[in-house]
Design a protein around this ligand. Structure first.
Ligand code: SF4
Ligand code: SF4
Length: 345
């Protein structure tokens, strides 16, 4: 990895350089909260933002996208690639970059790459930005508090400067042309080490660190805890909507009134929705809210790990804030702390 240092005052030049050739989306403040949105000026970016309500996932996997438009009269389809916008996701925190890396595993790097996701991903540059944890963050538990790959640039705030990790030639050229990047001094390397340690020490250590949670979930699959946790689920699907790694979708064909033209669309779906596992004939494989919540937690903390050697949860804490029923992975971790304490008695 190549590291360079730029002064903070150079950041607007870097953003402006990206804006020449790309649509730039970045954290901005809207109605008192932070969201990723298209910016018209570098001044709009909130560099010290708290975790956004939803993640940048929507720029790679839109909530509703047309996969193809069909015209039965001409026996033709419209090429989806015409919709792809060259884009920079600017200011993504490490957890969100690690979330994109997980989406890449599913949609781009697997045996059957998804052409729609892959086209968007290939047209996207990611510029990461360092952060300090909030009370709901637990990315450190799953090794997602640092981004080791998956970005084009990563900006580590070291005071009035940024230590810039360079991940792609394309971004390096833009950095070189718009700023005066220079070698890091020993003092700046030590400053980097200092802020890294400060971040690591700033997590809420009341959130339990249970690294064998996947194994424990298998052992306690039928525990009444899952009914206690999921019984109050409102089936609102907010958890999936805000989650940077939830990727379930549905496909629907929509016809125009003439019945000859229409679109095939992909829309977000959620395993906490009552209809998610409902099949023809009326059978529902997960008929209760508690079963659906258990399934979601298993996918996040158990099943994906078995297939991809990492948790699907990156500990961003968004669902901790979004769920009005208090259902989130931290509650699962706390359950196993209680279980351990009971067994010790
Ligand atoms: S499950 Fe919750 S904490 Fe984990 S990545 Fe999704 S939204 Fe973030
Ligand atoms: S777990 Fe919470 S956020 Fe998710 S569907 Fe249930 S009530 Fe809504």
């Amino acid at each position: 990895m190549l590291y360079r240092v730029i002064d903070s005052e150079e950041l607007p030049s870097l953003v402006s350089a990206f804006m020449k050739d790309y649509e730039v989306v970045a954290p901005v403040k809207r109605d008192g909260s932070y969201v990723f949105d298209v910016i018209g000026s570098p001044d709009e970016i909130e560099l010290s933002y708290e975790t956004t309500i939803s993640s940048p996932k929507k720029y790679l996997l839109p909530p509703d996208e047309t996969l193809l438009a069909f015209d039965a009269r001409a026996n033709g389809v419209t090429d989806f690639a015409a919709q792809i916008t060259p884009r920079v996701i600017f200011g993504a925190h490490a957890c969100d970059i690690n979330a994109i890396n997980r989406l890449d595993l599913v949609f781009r790097d697997g045996r059957y790459p998804d052409p729609y996701y892959t086209a968007r991903r290939d047209a996207t540059l990611v510029v990461g930005l360092s952060c300090m944890p909030q009370s709901t963050c637990f990315c450190h538990l799953w090794d997602a508090d640092e981004a080791r790959f998956g970005y084009d640039l990563f900006l580590q705030d070291i005071g009035d400067k940024y230590l810039v990790s360079i991940g792609s030639v394309e971004a390096a050229n833009i950095l070189e042309a718009s700023c005066k990047p220079r070698e890091a001094t020993d003092e700046e390397r030590i400053a980097f080490r200092h802020v890294t340690r400060t971040r690591q020490q700033s997590f809420d250590h009341a959130i339990p660190d249970i690294q064998d949670v996947a194994m424990l979930m298998d052992a306690f699959h039928d525990d009444p805890f899952w009914e206690e946790l999921g019984g109050g689920c409102l089936s609102c699907t907010a958890c999936s909507a805000v989650c940077p790694t939830c990727f379930c979708f549905d496909i629907r064909d929509t016809f125009d009134p003439d019945g000859k033209t229409g679109r095939r669309e992909r829309i977000w779906d959620a395993c906490t929705s009552p209809q998610f596992a409902l099949v023809a004939g009326g059978h529902n494989f997960r008929p209760t809210a508690a079963r659906r919540v258990r399934h979601r937690m298993y996918h996040k903390l158990n099943g994906f790990l078995a297939n991809h050697d990492r948790m699907l949860c990156v500990g961003c804490g968004r669902c901790v804030k979004a769920c009005k029923a208090g259902i989130n992975p931290i509650e699962v971790l706390k359950f196993f702390v209680r279980k351990g304490a009971e067994d010790a008695q």
